[in-house]
Structure formats: C-alpha cells, structure tokens
Write a protein that binds this ligand. Structure first.
Ligand code: ADP
Ligand code: MG
Length: 378
C-alpha cells in the first residue's frame, strides 16, 4: 500500500492527474537449473516482490518516466535513435521498441514507477520491470491483443537488444504468467507449461543471498554447455533431454570423466523436476526438500558451479534441519533457496547469518518470498 500511495502521489505531482496502475513480479526457480539449454524443464514462480507503475497515455510522441527508487527523470522519443543513456530507462525504451518492431502500437505516455525486488540478487528485477511495462502497453495501446508469451519474448528481446544480456526466457515467462500459490513447469524444448499447486502451509521459502559473485577465468558456462552438447551428440541426440542414465552409462568409456559428470547432473535434474511436480500434487514437501538438496549436491560435485560460500550455506541449512536447500541460479555466487519449517525459521536465519558473517566477514541478505501473481492491472 505504501508503495502504491507513493507512486500515486508522485504521479499526480508530476503529471497532474491519475493514470492506471500495473504491477509485475520478480521470480524464484524452485528446481531445474542449467536445464534450459539442454531442452529440459525449469520450475519458476512469481514472488511477492514487484515493480509497480502508474501510466497514462499523454497524446504526444514522447515517453516521460520517473523512477522513484533511482530518483531520476528521463524523457525519450520512440524512434530507434532516441535510446536513452540510463540503464533503467533502456529497459522501458527496449520494451516500447520491441512492441513496435512486432507491429504493435506504442504512443507517448507518462509513467512513475517503484519496486521492491532486490536488484541484482538473482530475483530478476529486470524481468519485473520489462513485464510491467510490456503488460501495461499491451493494455493501454493494443487492446491486449499481444499474447502473453509474446510479452515475455518482448522482455527477453529487450535484454538481448538494449541491455546486452543474452538471457533465456524463464525470468520474463515467470514474471508474466506467475499465479498466486502456483509454480510453473516450463518445458524449454516445446515451450509448453503447466501450473502446479505450491501452498507450503507450515513452511516458508527463504532466500539467503551470499552477496558474492565470483568472476571466473575462461568461460565456465560455455564449457558446461559444450560438455552437454558433446555427450548428446555421442548419444545421437539433439539435447540431453531424451537421455537416460542407462544411455549415459552405456557410453561412459567413450567420454571424458568430466563430460560424464556434467551429463549425469543434467539427466538427474530433469528427473528431479518431475519428482518435485509429483510430490507437490500430493502435498509432499519433504520429498520436494530432498530433491532440492540433491540438486545442490549435483550442482556442486558434478556440475561444479558452486563455491565455498554457497556450499557453506547449504551445510548450515542441513545442520539446522531445513527441509530443502540449494543454489538458485547459474552458480558461482548469489543465493540459496531454502524451504524451512515455520518453527525453524528464526533459528535458521539467525544461525546462517551469524555463522556466515563470522566466516566471510559480511552478513548474507535474507529475503522471504511468497508465491504470488505475475503481471496484472491493479
Ligand atoms: P536482476 O537479477 O535483479 O534482474 P539485473 O542487473 O538484470 O538484475 O537488473 C537490474 C537492473 O534493472 C537495475 O540496474 C535497473 O536498471 C533495473 N531496475 C530493477 N529494479 C528497478 C527499480 N525498482 N527501479 C529502477 N530500475 C530498476
Ligand atoms: Mg535481470
């Protein structure tokens, strides 16, 4: 409410009347890591941290936007040559341009926005920003004729073409399609998806942000990808999506030990996502938690994308009796995502914060999240 009031006040002060209010969310991914480029599954959901924007068509050909959090005002036109300098404004400009490129309509508008998705913490504040504007401009100028998947692609293309980030589709997909109390299993090969209930009564979802990001020499992500591609090719497959552990074991002597480990993780991860979906249908959160720990172990030992800090946080979670814990995101830093029984929450957060700070000299950041709606009109 506070955020909404702030936005409304600021909008009427700057632009003299009322606009329409829209919001879109950041996201978590419960399980399914390094699976997108292997044609596998991801399992994200939108969270109760959002970006909210008040917007009103202005009848001009200019966009005028004020960012409350950055405390900066920017104006730009809608032609390609009008791209603003400010990074935050480029997300909005990019969304406008990507809609126009697809034959959609965007005219001048005034906007004020603010958010509470932590920036750069792996919760995808950028996707929230793109999707709130994509959703709003679809509603205001296009009679909602752009379908929701295209809205997600508009966000993704914005990152690619205006922000220099070659991301996949998951973040924007989750931000656009997110639904309260549901996670979405997205098949990264067919782009089909299905909602699964996620109402962990008696549990909390807690992110522990290590606030470290290790810069690595070489291209570790590309090397992981190449390993997967080599094994898939050896199996005569396009991707590891259709490979089984038996297939992998059958070629073990023909591939390197490293490629074997990488593929073992990816094949196992596909099954873990499916297991978690089955478990959720039964309301079995203990199995969900076990799979999360298995994913962490796989990312750490087989895929080798963890780091000391994340393994430390995972160990602390286990010692505290946390139900499930794993690295969230590509690895080498960032957050762990934890499924924690309500009664253990306080002791876990306190222990993890204290032990981590003693060891690494700074406290981790803690974010509680609840699975919530994605892009919508308020
Ligand atoms: P994340 O992992 O959170 O998506 P990114 O670096 O991809 O991190 O995106 C963060 C960028 O998105 C910020 O640098 C800023 O340009 C923009 N952004 C996110 N949230 C806000 C906000 N509340 N106000 C203004 N800009 C924002
Ligand atoms: Mg981002």
């Amino acid at each position: 409410m506070e955020m909404e009031d702030h936005i409304r006040r600021e909008f009427s002060k700057r632009f003299g009347s009322d606009g329409s209010l829209y919001a879109s969310a950041g996201r978590i991914n419960l399980i399914g890591e390094h699976t997108d480029y292997n044609g596998g599954f991801v399992f994200p959901g939108a969270i109760d941290k959002c970006i909210m924007a008040e917007i009103r068509p202005s009848g001009t050909d200019m966009v005028r936007v004020f960012s409350i959090d950055i405390d900066e005002y920017v104006e730009f036109g809608l032609n390609e040559a009008d791209a603003p300098e400010q990074q935050w404004a480029r997300y909005i400009f990019g969304v406008c341009r990507e809609i126009i490129k697809r034959g959609g309509k965007v005219e001048g508008f005034d906007a004020v926005f603010a958010g509470n998705v932590p920036l750069g913490a792996g919760l995808s504040s950028s996707a929230a920003l793109e999707s709130v504007f994509a959703f709003a401009l679809n509603d205001l100028f296009n009679d909602n004729t752009i379908d929701k998947f295209e809205l997600a692609r508009i966000g993704q293309s914005t990152e690619h073409n205006y922000c220099g980030v070659k991301c996949g589709i998951m973040d924007q997909f989750a931000s656009v399609f997110g639904k309260k109390d549901h996670l979405m299993r997205l098949d990264c090969r067919s782009m089909e998806f299905e909602y699964f209930p996620f109402e962990p009564k008696g549990y909390k979802l807690v992110l522990v942000d290590s606030v470290v990001k290790h810069e690595l020499v070489g291209s570790p992500y590309n090397r992981r990808r190449e390993s997967c591609e080599r094994v898939a090719a050896r199996l005569g497959l396009q991707t590891l999506r259709d490979a089984t552990m038996d297939d992998l074991d059958a070629v073990k002597s023909d591939i390197t030990a490293e490629d074997y480990m990488r593929a073992r993780f990816v094949i196992g991860e596909k099954q873990r996502v499916l297991d978690v979906c089955d478990a959720l249908v039964k309301g079995d959160y203990e199995t969900v938690g076990e799979r999360m720990y298995e994913t962490h172990r796989g990312l750490s030992k087989d895929y080798e994308v963890s780091c000391e800090e994340l393994d430390f946080l995972n160990d602390v979670a286990r010692e505290c009796g946390v139900t499930g814990s794993r690295i969230m995101g590509g690895g080498f830093g960032g957050c762990t995502i934890n499924l924690v029984k309500d009664e253990l929450y306080d002791s876990f957060v306190e222990t993890a914060s204290k032990k981590f700070e003693e060891r690494y000299g700074h406290a981790p950041k803690i974010y509680d999240v609840v699975i919530s709606d994605g892009a919508h009109k308020c």
